[in-house]
Ligand binder design. Structure first.
Ligand code: SF4
Length: 273
């Protein structure tokens, strides 16, 4: 008997708090089905519900694809399906921003920050030829499936202002922006250095914000973001605060993929320290 992903999802609290390490309860389901994490990784489950999930996982195979709304529980397979009919040569022209189409293997070479990714219709690899993690590949394929609808508007909104962000915004504030503010508190000079090494540009315009550090990035073609950082002021008890802003034209990209792409940026900022 195949596991009903939806059955498992219904048992989870549904608050998308992020305490299990996933941005949403939905994305936690995959790890449960493939037994990469036990249900106990969600600290908000009652013992009886933990047992129910264990019974469901034990009784099923892990092969069934099942959708909940528009989100699939086998996200990489689903994201791959979304690009199979796309014309990569045409897509490279639509994307611009340094994207190259390689005829010989029907692949795209796509700038991601200061690196180049090679994406075929089966897999995505980094510049060194390493296969990217499934989550990163999923985000990239979802991006490719959407990029034709992304039209930068030069209007900037916070994560929570993006359509449908309400359930993910606490995860984003705590785990993504919180990671930046935690890591770079009292080290705004290092944030600047890391960002510039990844291709970020300092925003000189005084009118944008009084933040201590103002940066803009082209994360991947047509996905323009800003990072504003106010450093901590220990003598006044003020913590550091980091806020990402997004070009409003990004709203067609699903928020889980966008979150993954930003988390990857944050990891690289920290790694460049
Ligand atoms: S810990 Fe994970 S599964 Fe549990 S409620 Fe929070 S996001 Fe959902």
């Amino acid at each position: 008997m195949a596991i009903s992903s939806l059955e498992i999802y219904k048992i989870l609290p549904g608050t998308n708090c992020g305490d299990c390490g996933h941005p949403t309860c939905l994305s936690f389901v995959n790890d449960l089905i493939f037994q990469k994490k036990p249900p106990e990784a969600c600290p908000h489950l009652r013992q009886a519900d933990i047992q129910k999930i264990k019974d469901l996982v034990r009784s099923g195979s892990s092969q069934k694809l099942e959708s909940y709304g528009e989100v699939m529980f086998h996200p990489l397979e689903t994201a791959l399906k979304r690009v199979q009919s796309l014309n990569f040569s045409y897509l490279s022209a639509v994307m611009g921003g340094g994207t190259i189409y390689q005829h010989e293997n029907n692949s795209l070479v796509v700038p991601y920050l200061n690196s180049l990714l090679t994406i075929t219709k089966n897999e995505a690899r980094d510049e060194a030829g390493h296969l990217l993690p499934p989550g990163f590949q999923t985000a990239l394929y979802n991006y490719l499936a959407t990029v034709q609808k992304i039209h930068p508007q030069n209007t900037w909104v916070s994560f929570k202002e993006l359509p449908g962000a309400v359930f993910l915004s606490s995860y984003f504030v705590n785990n993504v922006e919180g990671m930046v503010s935690g890591q770079f508190s009292t080290r705004s000079d290092l944030l600047l250095k890391s960002a510039v090494s990844l291709g970020g540009q300092v925003i000189e315009n005084e009118n944008i914000s009084p933040a201590d550090v103002k940066l803009s990035f082209i994360l991947i073609p047509k996905v323009n973001i800003r990072l504003l950082f106010w450093d901590s002021v220990p003598e006044e008890g003020l913590p550091a605060v980091a806020t990402f802003l997004f070009d409003a034209g990004i709203y067609q990209l699903d928020l889980e993929s966008l979150t993954y792409l930003i988390e990857e940026l944050v990891k690289r900022l920290i790694a460049a320290l």
